[in-house]
Design a protein around this ligand. Structure first.
Ligand code: URA
Length: 251
């Protein structure tokens, strides 16, 4: 089958309503006023079907502004400290870093795994459930690297313990998969994980008698947190960035 044959189509009012632009009645008013424009021409008929292609964001204008990324979007976000990866907990949420309208999207954006409230760094969000599952599936073996700052000096045996594949976390009955450790100095190291247990990095260092005081994720698979992506900012990922997640380290 050709690629074009697989392109999903949606009624214009359904597409825009699902992207949070308003009710279908409100979308009808926008189109009636000539405020939805595709390839330079006003679309006045809100029940016409539109092929939903990734380039729609470059081709469609709504009320004078480019269309938001259409469904099938994946973001990289630089999570700041102090925000929670949840749709409903109290306090500041990562979703609050996105435009208001995006919170009304259907399908909704979800974080790919979670970072603790007091962990910063690279966080992916997507509305593509199949992609989300592919990233977190153990068989994809998408590694995650964390930069760790410790309360006490390293003893020197941590890298060997973490690499052993025998370290048991408190309250668990299955040892951790081997973790690679790169020691930067007495109180700073990077660890690369091949699984994601609850509070894993903090609990690993607790298991060797230390305490994590700073935690920052700077790589997922082969995708590095871009140096120019500031804390709190996000970027839409293109195909190459998504492929990097499943690839090796970037050169
Ligand atoms: N390990 C942790 O302890 N916290 C995180 O946020 C991620 C990994």
């Amino acid at each position: 089958m050709s690629k074009a044959g697989k392109t999903p189509t949606l009624r214009l009012d359904r597409l825009l309503a699902n992207m949070g632009y308003g009710s279908r009645r409100e979308i009808g008013l926008l189109t009636g006023a000539g405020l939805v424009v595709l390839d330079g021409a006003a679309l006045r008929d809100s029940d016409q079907r539109i092929p939903v292609t990734p380039d729609l964001a470059q081709r469609m204008m709504v009320d004078g502004a480019p269309l938001d990324p259409p469904p099938g979007v994946t973001l990289m976000l630089h999570k700041p400290l102090g925000v929670t990866c949840s749709h409903k907990e109290a306090g500041p949420l990562v979703y609050g870093l996105l435009p208001d309208r995006w919170r009304r999207r259907d399908p909704a954006l979800s974080t790919v795994g979670r970072l603790d409230k007091e962990t910063s760094g690279l966080l992916l969000l997507t509305d593509d459930g199949a992609l989300l599952h592919r990233i977190i599936a153990p068989k994809s073996n998408v590694a995650k690297r964390y930069q760790v700052t410790l309360d006490r000096p390293l003893k020197g045996n941590e890298a060997a313990i973490f690499a052993s594949g025998t370290l048991m976390l408190e309250g668990e009955d299955k040892p951790l998969l081997p973790v690679e450790t790169e020691v930067h100095d007495e109180t700073r190291a990077a660890v690369t994980l091949h699984e994601g247990r609850y509070h894993q990095v903090r609990r690993m260092f607790a298991a060797v008698g230390n305490h994590v005081v700073g935690l920052h994720r700077d790589r997922i698979g082969g995708l590095d947190l871009p140096a120019d992506l500031e804390a709190g900012a996000y970027r839409v990922m293109d195909e190459a960035a998504i492929a990097a997640v499943f690839g090796g380290a970037q050169a």
